[in-house]
Design a protein around this ligand. Structure first.
Ligand SMILES: *Cc1c(COP(=O)(O)O)cnc(C)c1O
Length: 347
């Protein structure tokens, strides 16, 4: 199948990750992370963040989020997040499961971005011991609607969370897209902004699998190795989970791939801007275009073979770009949208 716009995890493995995977396939090596590739990948992540963070590789983003959150709060606690957050709508209750019962408190603020006001409103225990106590704030960067928190916005939210007795977790399934788009140091939207734990996404940025849980406060990593084991996320052949990270981090491919995906989303949004009947649902700040389309246009694009998700209201469409999305494919989709609009008589 050629490039599609359903999700950035429909894309394959980038050459840098693939080469690293092949290189790691050299004979025998110690299991469970005792190998050189795992140590090198951890060192590379510490280099990226300019600090001695604690790093744990896991298989997927759901495990990264729910295990990280279970390290930040107990079963009697609450986790504040956006209503659209992956942890709220796409993880089958895993954060509650792994933490032994933590409750999610959500706000439905615009463009999938939490605000200080919304967090302050949620961070209460109105019924004393009858209410779970908010102890963690989870932000998604880039958000589920393709928007970004600026470093200052992250700092303000983290500051508010800490003031109210919460730790700060970031779901960074698309952290690379955020760093590339904001053109900031990774640390500026991580520990320098007050983030305590990060789910650092690899899969959507060209890795075959694997995310890294990064703790900027080493105390939070206490017993996390056991938590990962108990959660069924300790890879015995960890070198294959770790090596692709080194592959994309060493030469900066993680940022150039993310920048490419972002640029393709920008190109797509610009090309769709004049299509009658459509309306952007969120500013295009990372690698996704969220756009409202009339149902006949959605049907017309599907008839022409285009793949995308529809989960934003009745007529909202999500068009995701990946590390390998060709500009020609972006232009072809936009041409088809213009053609459908013309055939349907949209003005
Ligand atoms: C894709 C994604 C994840 C991770 O999903 P898995 O399928 O569990 O790897 C986490 N958060 C967000 C916002 C995502 O888009």
């Amino acid at each position: 199948m050629g490039a599609q716009f359903a999700s950035d995890n429909w894309a394959g493995v980038c050459p840098e990750a693939w080469a690293a995977l092949a290189a790691a396939n050299a004979g025998h090596a110690p299991a469970y992370g005792g190998d050189d590739w795992t140590q090198a990948a951890i060192a590379a992540i510490r280099g990226v963040f300019e600090t001695e963070c604690e790093v744990f590789f896991v298989f997927n983003g759901t495990a990264a989020n729910s295990l990280a959150l279970s390290a930040l709060c107990r079963g009697t606690d609450a986790i504040i997040c956006h209503a659209n957050a992956h942890i709220n709508v796409d993880e089958c209750g895993a954060p509650g499961f792994f933490s032994g019962g933590a409750k999610l408190l959500t706000a439905d603020t615009p463009h999938a971005k939490l605000t200080v006001e919304a967090v302050e409103r949620l961070a209460v225990t109105p019924h004393d011991v009858h209410s779970a106590r908010p102890r963690a704030l989870s932000l998604t960067q880039a958000t589920e609607h393709g928007t970004l928190y600026t470093p200052l916005e992250m700092w303000e939210l983290a500051d508010c969370a800490h003031r109210l007795g919460m730790k700060v977790h970031v779901d960074g399934a698309r952290f690379a897209n955020a760093v590339a788009a904001l053109d900031c140091a990774p640390a500026d939207i991580a520990w320098r902004a007050g983030v305590d734990a990060l789910s650092f996404g690899g899969t959507k940025n060209g890795l075959p699998f694997g995310e890294a849980v990064v703790f900027f406060d080493p105390a939070l990593a206490d017993e996390f190795g056991r938590r990962r084991m108990q959660g069924g996320q300790l890879a015995s052949k960890m070198r294959f989970l770790a090596a692709p990270w080194q592959g994309v981090l060493a030469g900066g491919a993680w940022l150039s791939h993310a920048a490419h995906a972002n640029a393709m989303a920008r190109r797509l949004a610009d090309a769709l801007a004049g299509v009658p009947g459509t309306r952007l649902l969120a500013p295009v700040e990372a690698n996704g275009v969220f756009i409202d389309m009339p149902p006949p246009m959605i049907a017309g694009l599907r008839e022409r073979g285009w793949q995308f998700y529809e989960f934003i209201g009745a007529t909202g469409v999500r068009l995701m770009c990946a590390w390998d999305t060709p500009a020609e494919t972006v232009d072809a989709l936009a041409r088809d949208a213009h053609e459908v609009a013309r055939l349907e008589g949209f003005t």
